[in-house]
Design a protein around this ligand. Structure first.
Ligand SMILES: Cc1cc2nc3c(=O)[nH]c(=O)nc-3n(C[C@H](O)[C@H](O)[C@H](O)COP(=O)(O)O)c2cc1C
Length: 399
């Protein structure tokens, strides 16, 4: 058994094809549970899917097949993949906005399972800016969009809007299921955000890191099944609910926390922008504005290099935020610090890097190979990075 697919069928003419998709998912080893939207029930019936899947098909947000249980929570927890097939324009809008109106969209906001959407609609509806924005919002949150194909659609028009072939939808669902399992049984430690080095009781030395990349890595690792320790410097972000979050201020506190957490970890991803220098003698009184001030700084200890040296078996991935000669500078760091891999990004660009929601990185490996992760949301970059790092770790079951 590959797991449970909770499948939302929504109001499109292509709803009749959902039956084939459900059957092929079952042949591929999945248990399939179907929710029909009100629109879908105009085209196909719950009876059809109950007969095919052997499970109750839910048609209303208040359907409770098991008395005393909340189906939307049970199914959200049981789901290994959420699939919407076909996805109407209306369903995409509900999912993008997180509107829990029907049973499927309620399950979707209650679940951390990966989402696959297979849109089907009139070509004008598909190319409409609203639909495209909703698809972008879903992609940015890590959803897999199975693009509709071009052809003649039910309304007689020609263009992109036909539900993708069954096999393509089943393969995307398998890919999502594999992704959600990739880190099961592993322990991942992630550092995020800036550090804050005290100058006096009210002032700090810090940097422009928002913490978004590290938080996205923690979120992605949880979605892929890992147990995650998130060691974070001061940020305004909300940590993922299932992360074991440890808050620190200084580079020295972050190092202590990382050494502690990495004792029984499988992967350490150092995404924090750690201060390279700290005031040598922080003052206990507030510094007054009495003319020029010279502050002596001492170098901080290199966290990622120290962790890599202390735990030679641990897979350690660093980040290199560079402004010029990005790849060469990153490769030099990889070698010098004894890392397994390093994700290099160009922070001189305003469209990616520090406070941006997007990133684009080149991942360099110790054996000289590299992969490019093109510009995408930080969550999607995090997922790709974790996929690339997984082969460096012990295979499942050997952790
Ligand atoms: C005959 C007919 C065919 C339709 N086909 C589609 C379609 O292929 N894709 C789509 O997004 N909407 C289609 N619609 C419109 C949706 O059914 C409508 O927007 C509905 O509110 C969708 O709601 P739901 O997502 O809850 O099912 C169609 C409507 C009708 C009457």
């Amino acid at each position: 058994m590959k797991g449970v697919v909770v499948m939302g069928v929504t109001g499109s003419v292509a709803a009749y094809r959902a039956a084939d998709v459900a059957r092929d998912l079952m042949r591929a080893g999945f248990e399939v549970r179907v929710c029909l939207s009100r629109g879908a029930a105009e085209f196909v019936t719950a009876t059809l899917f109950e007969a095919l899947t052997g499970n109750p098909a839910l048609t209303d947000a208040f359907d409770e097949p098991k008395p005393g249980r909340m189906a939307h929570i049970d199914w959200a927890r049981d789901a290994d993949v959420l699939l919407v097939c076909p996805a109407s324009a209306n369903a995409l809008a509900r999912l993008a906005a997180g509107r829990s109106e029907d049973m499927f969209s309620t399950i979707a906001v209650a679940s951390t399972a990966p989402l696959v959407v297979a849109p089907a609609m009139n070509p004008e509806m598909f190319s409409h800016e609203a639909t495209q924005q909703n698809l972008k919002a879903l992609r940015d949150r890590g959803a897999i969009v199975v693009e509709p194909t071009e052809g003649d659609v039910a309304c007689g028009e020609h263009g992109q809007g036909k539900l993708a072939p069954t096999q393509v939808i089943v393969e995307a669902t398998l890919q999502a299921a594999m992704r959600s399992d990739l880190y099961r049984g592993t322990r991942v430690v992630v550092t995020a955000g800036p550090t804050a080095e005290p100058l006096d009781p009210v002032r700090i030395l810090t940097n422009r890191s928002s913490g978004k990349m590290g938080y996205a890595i923690a979120r992605a690792a949880i979605q892929m099944g890992a147990e995650v320790v998130l060691i974070t410097g001061p940020t305004c972000l909300t940590p993922p609910p299932r992360a074991d979050t440890r808050r620190v201020e200084t580079a020295s506190e972050m190092l202590t926390s990382a050494l502690n957490a990495c004792q029984n970890a499988d992967l350490f991803v150092a995404a924090a922008a750690v201060a390279d220098f700290t005031p040598k003698e922080p003052r206990s009184d507030k510094i007054r504005r009495d003319g020029d001030l010279t502050v002596e700084l001492a170098p901080t200890q290199d966290i990622v290099a120290t962790v890599a040296e202390k735990f030679p078996e641990l897979v350690v991935c660093g980040f290199a935020a560079e402004v010029s000669e990005v790849e060469a500078a990153a490769r030099a760091k990889l070698e010098k610090k004894g890392l397994s891999a390093i994700a290099a990004n160009d922070v001189s660009r305003s469209d990616i890097g520090f406070d941006s929601d997007d990133n684009e990185v080149t991942v360099l490996f110790r054996d000289g190979s590299k992969i490019e992760i093109p510009r995408s949301s930080k969550l999607v970059v995090a997922m790709r990075l974790l996929e690339a790092l997984r082969p460096l770790m012990a295979p499942p079951g050997k952790n």
